[in-house]
Design a protein around this ligand. Structure first.
Ligand code: NAP
Length: 311
């Protein structure tokens, strides 16, 4: 089923990159639709507090996401709450296929599908998802009020969420495979100052242990001295990185070894008129402000591209 209406721009994804692209595309008077299958705000929406988005010393992630959405709506951006299952590049136009089999056409596609939490691939992880294993502290932390939990990882997400969980739970074991954290210095300082957090450096997860009601403990091993330890706890929060949601990126588009889309400085892929922005795109760091900047860049470049096509 093809919707014969032709858009200037179709944006796939309603996180900071996609919504910013929407704001700039509407300001450039481009006929634009943004398609989002889940929650607006992307990773922001599941982040408790944001402290590094300029202009806001501290703001709730969900609240900031909603501000982006309201800003885009103020420009009457058309929004479809549907799932995109494929993108199809073409010479005359590019197409987007939705889960209900509708096909939408546009001169420009801006892919802003973001990324998702990586799995640890530990024994007991998959079967205990939702029964003690979680990838989102702000979503599930409440269920572990007053209990003992573990956080696995050493990046910004692990440190930030360990601090969040320390406020709710009785104790947080912070399990990291190396002896130094990758996360920022300011978060490290807060971790070291938090008495409820016990850091287990050089430690890997051997298994997530459970009974019929869910997680009961974590078996870990120190990789330097081989010592094994069993931690009695009820929750395991896994933050071992992030993988791009690249399933809807056309097959021919160049990607990095990690699966991130490689673009030029306009955020354009090697297929003219197809852009990738935000956490989907290969770049130095993943930050809300950088995702928003990508959205801006791609929409400005899209305006130029559409103008050239129409002239
Ligand atoms: P990340 O920076 O990639 O960190 C992943 C962590 O998990 C690393 O410490 C890594 O250990 C560990 N790890 C990876 N695979 C593992 C495995 N198989 N077993 C055990 N540990 C494993 O991911 P992230 O923390 O989700 O952050 C993603 C991006 O978002 C980063 O650019 C980050 O700066 C950004 N972010 C920023 C903020 C903020 O600015 N407030 C908040 C959240 C996220 P190694 O260190 O040994 O590799």
């Amino acid at each position: 089923m093809t919707n014969n209406e032709m858009y200037d721009v179709i944006i796939v994804g309603g996180g900071p990159a996609g919504l910013t692209a929407g704001i700039y595309a509407m300001r450039a008077a481009l006929k634009t639709v943004l398609i989002e299958k889940g929650v607006f705000g992307g990773q922001m929406a599941i982040t408790k507090g944001v402290e590094n988005y300029p202009g806001f010393i501290e703001i709730g992630g969900f609240e900031l996401g909603d501000k982006f959405l309201q800003h885009a709506k103020a420009y009457d951006l058309e929004i479809l709450e549907k799932e995109v299952v494929a993108t199809e590049p073409g010479l005359e136009y590019h197409a987007v296929r939705l889960a209900d089999d509708t096909v939408l056409k546009a001169h420009v596609l801006i892919l802003a599908a973001g990324g998702s939490a990586k799995k640890l691939q530990a024994q007991g992880e998959q079967e205990n998802f939702g029964k003690g294993v979680s990838y989102c502290a702000t979503c599930d932390g409440f269920f572990f009020r007053g209990k003992d939990v573990a956080v696995v990882g050493g990046g910004d997400t692990a440190l930030e969420d360990a601090l969040y969980l320390a406020k709710i739970t009785n104790k947080v074991y912070l399990v990291h495979r190396r002896d130094a954290f990758r996360g920022s210095r300011i978060l490290q300082q807060r971790i070291f100052a938090e008495p409820k957090i016990e850091i287990l450096y050089d430690t890997v997860v051997s298994s997530i242990d459970s009974d019929a009601s869910g997680v009961t403990g974590l078996s870990v091993q120190n990789v330097k001295n081989g010592e094994n330890r069993k931690l009695a706890l009820e929750g395991v929060f896994i933050f071992v990185g992030f993988a791009p949601n690249n399933q809807i990126v056309p097959a021919g588009v160049k990607r990095s070894t990690g699966g991130y889309v490689i673009t030029d400085e306009k955020c354009e892929t090697d297929i003219p008129g197809i852009f990738a922005v935000g956490d989907l795109r290969q770049k130095y760091a993943n930050q809300i402000v950088l995702a928003a900047a990508d959205g801006c860049t791609a929409a400005l470049a899209a305006a130029h591209y559409v103008e050239t096509r129409k002239s």
